[in-house]
Design a protein around this ligand. Structure first.
Ligand code: UDX
Length: 499
């Protein structure tokens, strides 16, 4: 087969350049390997699709547990395996027993387990199981053991860090933050202290905006150390893919380029996929570990323009019963309509206590709608939706940005603390409510976003949404960077050893 790669011009050139790389052999074969969490699988599947439609052969390595859920609740098999020539799924254990809950409160178990069981299995699969030989690995950027395996086998490896540049840079700088004595945090009264050792963020980053694992009393805490050491390994990879765009995170990207010059900013991936593969919009979402309930769209269709608060805390956040009630009262007291995603496993408590109280479900019907899982991108694009009460997972943050929907931020863990600070203080496309869960504050901030400062937030969110769209359209920064990535994969693959 003659593999042909077309690369179109770049934004700075008036004359369009088109050049082809003709290769004698088969198309490059890339292994894409996310850690087993929906937020990661979600964006790496989008990248896989973009590479596949460009003719690259992709093997996507999922955990057995997650793959089973994807197959049950989505059309991944027809959407990928049957539609995209050369695409295949493979599975690998995450090392945990099948009955482990893998919920937000236990997510560190998944990371520690994957880190300890994966390397020999991955090596064995690359040597003996995955055919034809893999010529380039794109691994989750929090799996340094994949770099060791790749180096051992002489295969080029590119990292894909699924969080934003802002969080990545904060993670990367934690060594300096600790060395300067800025960590550990000394109690709740210390939370507003400015952090001075994350370059570029000196004027706005506070203790409370650091990644959640920095709240550990001991800087030697196992999870804090794991995130720090994994992030420090980033420059060892041959390149770094980020689901972001230059207009959103330019200044922080410049900081990261000082330690890792070869960065491919190709996001927002959801918008990029729509721009390059327009027929994609008619396909079902491929990122669900739960059954999508489309009745929410019929409910939204009945609501006035710009009247609904969309509420979702992503795929792993857990809420206590008290928090659930504070949010509920805040939303009800705001007198606004709301659509609230409450996953079946998302309320903490023993059997019986972890259900939505029946009287609350009944009272909600007045002007709210509760569902287990929605087609989120479609919901955010709906004309009835006015704002998003979100945990600021990176995918949700970008999806809201693309849709131009202002955010009320209630970060749960990890990178979300950093993301919400950027939404509120740097991009000014929402309000950060972190560390507070109080019905009066919820009501007040909803009113601020939807009434008092509505025009201001609408303007800033629409402008950012425009920049996002420009970046993925032909000639935009993310568009050109994806072309460069595809080109580089081909060049790297032609130099890779055969294992
Ligand atoms: C998180 C975050 O990516 C990151 O902050 C953290 O480091 C680890 O994983 P998650 O909590 O799932 O993932 O949040 P997010 O990144 O926002 O991803 C959720 C995805 O699920 C989004 O793409 C969203 O569109 C989708 N979703 C959510 C639905 O399709 N339907 C829903 O009802 C809710």
């Amino acid at each position: 087969m003659n593999y042909k790669l077309h690369r179109k011009g770049n934004q700075n050139q008036t004359e369009k350049l088109t050049f082809d790389i003709e290769m004698e052999k088969d198309p490059p074969h890339v292994l894409i390997f996310p850690i087993p969490a929906l937020g990661h699988v979600n964006s790496m599947l989008k990248l896989a699709e973009l590479l596949s439609v460009d003719g690259i052969k992709v093997t996507f390595l999922n955990s057995e547990y997650n793959h089973d859920r994807l197959v049950r609740h989505t059309d991944v098999c027809s959407r990928y395996t049957q539609r995209l020539p050369g695409f295949q799924f493979k599975t690998i254990t995450d090392g945990l027993p099948m009955d482990h809950p893998r919920t937000g409160d236990r997510s560190a178990d998944v990371l520690h387990s994957v880190k300890s069981v994966t390397p020999p299995l991955l090596k064995e699969m690359l040597l003996n199981e995955i055919k034809p030989p893999v010529k380039c690995i794109i691994s989750d950027g929090i799996m340094s053991s994949a770099i060791d395996v790749a180096r051992d086998l002489g295969i080029p490896i590119i990292y894909f860090r699924t969080i934003g540049a802002c969080a990545l840079w904060a993670y990367y700088s934690l060594g300096e933050v600790i060395d300067a004595g800025e960590l550990p945090i000394k109690g709740t009264e210390d939370m507003d202290r400015q952090i001075k050792n994350v370059p570029g963020m000196e004027t706005y980053l506070r203790c409370r905006d650091l990644p959640s694992f920095c709240r550990a009393d001991d800087p030697m805490d196992k999870t804090l150390q794991l995130f720090m050491s994994e992030t420090r390994s980033t420059p060892r990879a041959d390149g770094l893919i980020l689901n972001t765009f230059e207009d959103l995170e330019g200044p922080i990207l410049s900081q990261i380029r000082s330690i890792c010059p070869n960065i491919y900013t190709i996001g927002p991936l959801n918008a990029h996929l729509k721009a390059r593969v327009p027929e994609n919009t008619s396909l079902k979402p491929s990122n669900s570990f739960w059954e999508v309930d489309r009745s929410c769209i019929s409910w939204l269709n009945e609501q006035p323009l710009q009247s609904v608060i969309y509420v979702s805390f992503g795929s792993i956040t857990m809420l206590s019963r008290e928090q659930l009630l504070e949010f509920w009262h805040g939303l009800m007291n705001s007198n606004k309509r709301f659509l609230w995603v409450i996953r079946p496993d998302s309320i903490l408590g023993k059997d019986g206590e972890n259900q939505i109280p029946e009287e609350l479900v009944e009272a909600t019907k007045e002007r709210g709608y509760m569902v287990g899982w929605v087609p989120q991108e479609e919901v955010l694009a709906h004309e009835a939706v006015a704002m998003f009460l979100t945990h600021n997972g990176w995918n949700s943050t970008l999806e809201s940005t693309v849709a131009g929907v202002p955010m009320l931020c209630w970060p749960y863990f990890a990178d979300q603390q950093v993301n919400s600070r950027f939404v509120g203080e740097v991009w000014k496309i929402g309000i950060d409510m972190k560390d507070v869960c109080d019905r009066k504050v919820v009501e007040k901030m909803v009113n601020e976003l939807m009434m008092e400062r509505k025009d201001e937030f609408k303007k800033s969110s629409s402008e950012m949404a425009d920049s996002a769209r420009k970046s993925v359209n032909e000639g935009g920064s993310s568009y050109c960077n994806l072309d460069r990535l595809i080109n580089d994969i081909s060049l790297m693959s032609s130099r890779a050893h055969s294992c």
